[in-house]
Design a protein around this ligand. Structure first.
Ligand code: PXP
Length: 249
């Protein structure tokens, strides 16, 4: 997914696997969902192989690598195990995320500034292999600067706090977080980083983020899979795409 000016939508299909795994069945199949997402206008597919394999499994990554026509954004923790898997498959992009076993979802951003040296060594072979390296970070200038210093090509800004504040009705705090996200999109872009954003985005919250001119890609999963229960995945993706385009215009 190169810098073309169009705002891209990456659809995260992790929670199709969550439903499958709840019953230990063979369905629903994440690859089938990914192909449906492609047909409905997804520009890429995102999948997070967690250490505990609570949703996507190793076989899903193989199937996605073989079966997708759009790029795969492989989310992973900065561990030796995940690095080996990424180097075996060489997906279009790897997005490095912090991962805690006890969390329900990715809670905070990556501590790039504190772990600069380790992460620099960690991402170098991934870049050399041809993956676009993205770092999932909070809207914090120290993290953006460190991401640029260690040679990441992309930062994905964590929109989870903004979305939580919106649904908690804390609109002043939400707007302050939105301001930080806006400033950090511009700052990251000024340092030559491609800017993505994601986590917790919904029909209600996507507009203001999609309107940031520097943001090139949004990665959205949980809400789209949840909404597909009611209106189907193609319709959920089409409506998200419409709201993104409307905000961008
Ligand atoms: N971006 C990153 C880096 C993530 O870790 C996740 C969640 O896996 C998402 C985007 C998508 O978040 P959500 O499922 O809340 O839309």
């Amino acid at each position: 997914m190169q810098d073309t000016g169009k705002l891209r939508l990456g659809v995260n299909i992790d929670h199709v696997a969550t439903v499958r795994n709840a019953r230990g069945s063979a369905y629903p199949d994440p690859l089938r969902a990914a192909k449906l997402a492609e047909e409905a206008g997804a520009d890429g597919i995102t999948a997070h192989l967690r250490e505990d394999r609570r949703h996507i499994g190793d076989a899903d990554i193989e199937a996605l690598m073989e079966g997708l026509s759009v790029p795969l954004n492989f989310e992973m923790a900065a561990t030796d195990e995940m690095q080996k898997i990424a180097l075996r498959h060489v997906p279009h992009a790897v997005c490095i995320v912090p991962e805690k076993r006890e969390e329900r979802t990715t809670e905070g951003g990556l501590e790039v500034a504190r772990e600069e040296n380790r992460l620099a060594h960690f991402i170098a072979p991934l870049r050399d292999a041809g993956c676009r390296v993205s770092l999932f970070i909070a809207a914090d200038p120290a993290q953006v600067e460190a991401a640029a210093r260690i040679g990441a090509q992309v930062v994905e800004l964590h929109t989870g706090a903004y979305c939580d504040l919106h649904y908690e009705g804390k609109f002043d705090e939400r707007d302050a977080e939105l301001e930080r996200l806006r400033d950090m999109s511009a700052f990251a872009h000024s340092l030559g980083l491609e800017v993505h954003a994601g986590h917790g985005l919904t029909f209600e919250t996507v507009g203001p983020i999609a309107a940031f001119p520097e943001v090139m890609e949004l990665n959205i999963g949980h809400f789209l899979i949840a909404e597909s229960i009611f209106i189907g995945l193609p319709a959920a993706i089409a409506e998200m795409r419409r709201l993104m385009d409307e905000a961008r215009a």
